[in-house]
Write a protein that binds this ligand. Structure first.
Ligand code: ADP
Ligand code: ZN
Ligand code: ZN
Length: 757
């Protein structure tokens, strides 16, 4: 007899380990590692689903007379989890304290998660039963895509009018049969004869697949690019860091690396920080390769996801583009992972499972013997440090393509402006430069990391700041709705004329957000067409795409927005970038605020002067001597890095340590505090047990979060900053599983190297 080690599909600490179940002899040949099974659980023997992670021989002598229950049956008749996937789940469990089944479920589109299915019909086979309605899609055969329309029309006889109509229509891009039918009456016969002649291609349509419209020829590589590619191909390093200024040709290098990996039969995963903000990159990839590419992110439908997963699983799709969740695709032969803009914090998941994409990608690459390329103009401190000690191969591209110059940058001291009587959000320098661009028909990008109209409202009489009733934060006034909105819980309240505290009517609105700046820009420059890009204006699904298209078509003069506008857009007519208040991110209470500000400033500056005209950047600040701003001004990554890394070293922040954040939240402040203290006590006990009392210095005492209350939930946390990673991983796991912790009522999370501390 055999024993199956089964993780049951429940996510809590007591279930976060495998349970033993006997496999009946007649079932032995049906059950393998990675398969989903149904098992009885608890006193009631309730049937629950789970995943088999190991199968061992049953040794009656070792069972201590304890009677094992038996596996009831299988969910699918084949393993749904590969051995690499199971290993990744285990790795996330032990390094990120993520529940094993949360990791498993991250691999499954929601509907495949059996938990959502009420009756546990053992014969349900989700994968195979999943109804996939395919629509047929037609496109021009590849060899004709580079022809002119006239040349294409010559492929069919002159009298075949319908065929010509179809070709004309398809020349603009692939179309479904339904779309063709809308434009052309009874097209079937004509389609058929075009297919027979090999002029058309027929494929099952994947709505979220991107099919190449027209293949773009690749440019000849520059000598720098060639050197980097050959260094990369010849190296055996698992991970490379490609550091190149904005516009240095990194994307072109990724495309060449992919080409090589595909030739060798490997699947390529290309990760971007956020799908909706990277339409240009996605187009560049899909235009380059004459094969299907899947685009995966958390907002596509489960149905599309299942379809794509099936094809990845069958190795029919070898190019996967996606946001971080695409790292949970069912690869079979991964060859290359590219992580573009690797410094972006969207690569760290802030929901369960709270993984970090880069280490996970490196782990996957190890399982598959694949390579990872991290790329950025402003690599994260952690990645650059790893490259500097040789853990990653450092590939550097110091110059822009065609020797385009980096933009000229000016820092403006806003204190001087006030002294001169200018209380506006625009310095004189930035005002005159915007005006100059408007006169010349060139475009401007303005960055302000604050949305809304006025960022806070207070009483000049007693100093009371109007706060959200559910959170411990100031409310933001939004002009469009004429309401105050809490940016943490979205609670809204109407505007008051009198102070709720002292009843005086000296209510003052202060602090400009993007909404107000847009209104003011339209007042200062009446002829200017201003587009605003922030989460308020970008709520609709395709609004980002539309805004970018308008701007690219020069239908607007100024693009104003929050950090959305700092991303990798490439507009050749943008010659001016203005940072309205650099201090906003600089003063954010987090040990990475300098790194983050340097990245934002450098990235946004990189949007200026991408065409033939040199760009200009104006950074407004109340802290003009700040080293972060000055290194950004000089495009001096290395100078910034050297200074910042020594700060990290002195204060033992990552990469010289790891941060474990253990957070507690609940409705009642006292009990949240008590739970947090109980956890802290247990860490101490565990340290004593291990004779490691000395390490208590790595554990910060329980403290209230920066914003103690959000959405009526109080928050406390413990921070562990340590270089003794293994010890603390063990200790945290021990505490998580303890009886004391079972009594904790607060919601508890463990977050490793979280985005904000
Ligand atoms: P990055 O990703 O570093 O910002 P890109 O790869 O986007 O840089 O290159 C910047 C610009 O230069 C793009 O418009 C790209 O098409 C162009 N480019 C890149 N490599 C070459 C090359 N070898 N020859 C000509 N143009 C190139
Ligand atoms: Zn007051
Ligand atoms: Zn709130």
């Amino acid at each position: 007899m055999k024993i199956a080690k089964v993780y049951i599909n429940q996510t809590n600490f007591s279930m976060d380990r495998p349970f033993d179940y006997l496999i009946d002899r007649e079932m032995e040949s049906l059950i393998a590692v990675g398969q989903r099974v149904m098992v009885p659980f608890g006193y009631g023997n309730k049937p629950l689903d789970g995943v088999v992670v190991d199968i061992i021989d049953f040794n009656a002598g070792e069972s201590n007379g304890y009677k094992l229950k038996k596996v009831l049956g299988v969910v699918e008749n084949y393993p749904v989890m590969s051995c690499e996937q199971l290993k990744a789940c285990e790795w996330l469990q032990s390094n990120y304290h993520a529940f094993f089944m949360d990791n498993v479920n991250a691999y499954f589109p929601g509907t495949l998660n059996i938990k959502t299915k009420k009756d546990s019909d053992l014969k349900t086979r989700f994968y195979l039963d999943f109804k996939i309605k395919e629509t047929i899609q037609y496109s021009l055969a590849c060899e004709y895509r580079d022809l002119s329309l006239d040349q294409v029309l010559e492929l069919t006889p002159k009298n075949a009018i319908k065929q010509a109509e179809i070709l004309k229509y398809l020349y603009t891009g692939p179309k479904t049969r339904e779309e063709l039918k809308e434009v052309i009456i009874n097209p079937n016969q004509a389609i058929k004869s075009l297919l027979t002649k090999g002029i058309l291609l027929e494929a099952a349509n994947k709505e979220s697949y991107v099919h190449p419209k027209k293949l773009i020829k690749k440019p000849d590589l520059t000598p720098d690019q060639k050197n980097i590619l050959s260094e990369f191909s010849n190296s055996v390093d698992r991970v490379s860091l490609l550091h190149g200024v904005t516009g240095s040709g990194k994307t072109e290098i990724y495309l060449n690396m992919m080409e090589e990996a595909l030739e060798q039969g490997g699947t390529c995963l290309y990760l971007v920080p956020e799908i909706s903000l990277t339409p240009q990159t996605i187009n560049r990839i899909t235009e380059r390769f004459d094969q299907k590419a899947a685009v995966i992110h958390s907002r596509i439908s489960d149905k599309d996801k299942v379809r794509q997963y099936l094809e990845i699983d069958k190795k029919e799709i070898k190019i996967i583009i996606g946001a971080r969740s695409a790292v949970f695709s069912p690869f079979r032969d991964l060859g290359l992972i590219i992580i573009d803009e690797e410094h972006e914090n969207t690569y760290k998941s802030q929901n369960r499972p709270r993984y970090d994409t880069i280490p996970l990608a490196c782990k996957l690459a190890e399982f598959f013997n694949a390579k990872v390329v991290l790329g950025s103009a402003t690599p994260s401190m952690v990645s650059y440090y790893k490259a500097s000690i040789g853990a990653y191969r450092l590939l550097e591209l110091p110059n822009r393509i065609n020797c385009m110059e980096m933009p000229r940058t000016e820092i403006v001291d806003m204190r001087e402006e006030i002294k001169d009587g200018n209380r506006s959000f625009l310095s004189k320098a930035l005002y005159s430069r915007i005006k100059d661009r408007l006169d010349k028909g060139e475009q401007t990008i303005l960055f302000l990391n604050k949305r809304g109209y006025y960022s806070f409202v207070f009483c000049r009489s007693c100093g009371y700041v109007i706060k959200c009733k559910k959170c411990d934060v100031a409310m933001t006034y939004h002009g469009k709705t004429n309401k105050m909105i809490c940016h943490y819980c979205n609670h809204t309240r109407s505007v008051e004329d009198t102070c709720p505290e002292c009843k005086s009517n000296k209510i003052k609105y202060s602090g400009s957000g993007t909404e107000r700046v847009q209104a003011l820009l339209e007042k200062y420059f009446p002829a200017a067409r201003v587009l605003r890009m922030d989460t308020d204006t970008m709520k609709k699904k395709d609004s980002v795409q539309k805004t970018l298209e308008l701007f690219a078509d020069k239908k607007a003069d100024i693009l104003l927005g929050t950090q959305m506008v700092t991303k990798g857009f490439d507009f050749e007519n943008v010659t001016l970038v203005g940072v309205l208040l650099a201090d906003l991110t600089l003063n954010f209470p987090d040990y990475r605020s300098s790194e983050r500000t340097f990245q934002l400033l450098t990235q946004v500056a990189g949007r200026a002067g991408r065409g033939t005209k040199r760009g200009e950047v104006v950074i407004q600040t109340y802290d003009p001597g700040n080293y972060v701003i000055n290194h950004a001004k000089c495009h001096d990554y290395k100078g910034f890095y050297d200074k910042e890394i020594s700060f990290r070293k002195t204060h033992e922040y990552p990469p010289f340590s790891r941060l474990f954040y253990v957070g507690f939240a609940g409705d009642d402040m006292k009990s949240v505090k008590k739970d947090c203290e109980s956890y802290h006590r247990q860490i101490k006990v565990e340290l004593e047990k291990r004779n490691q009392n000395i390490l208590i210095k790595d554990v910060y005492p329980p403290s209230p979060s920066g914003i103690i209350r959000i959405n009526n939930r109080y928050r406390y946390y413990i921070l562990i900053k340590t270089s003794r990673i293994k010890e603390f991983n063990d200790i945290i796991r021990a505490v998580n599983f303890s009886d004391e912790t079972k009594k904790i009522k607060s919601t508890m999370i463990v977050d490793v190297n979280p985005n904000a501390v």
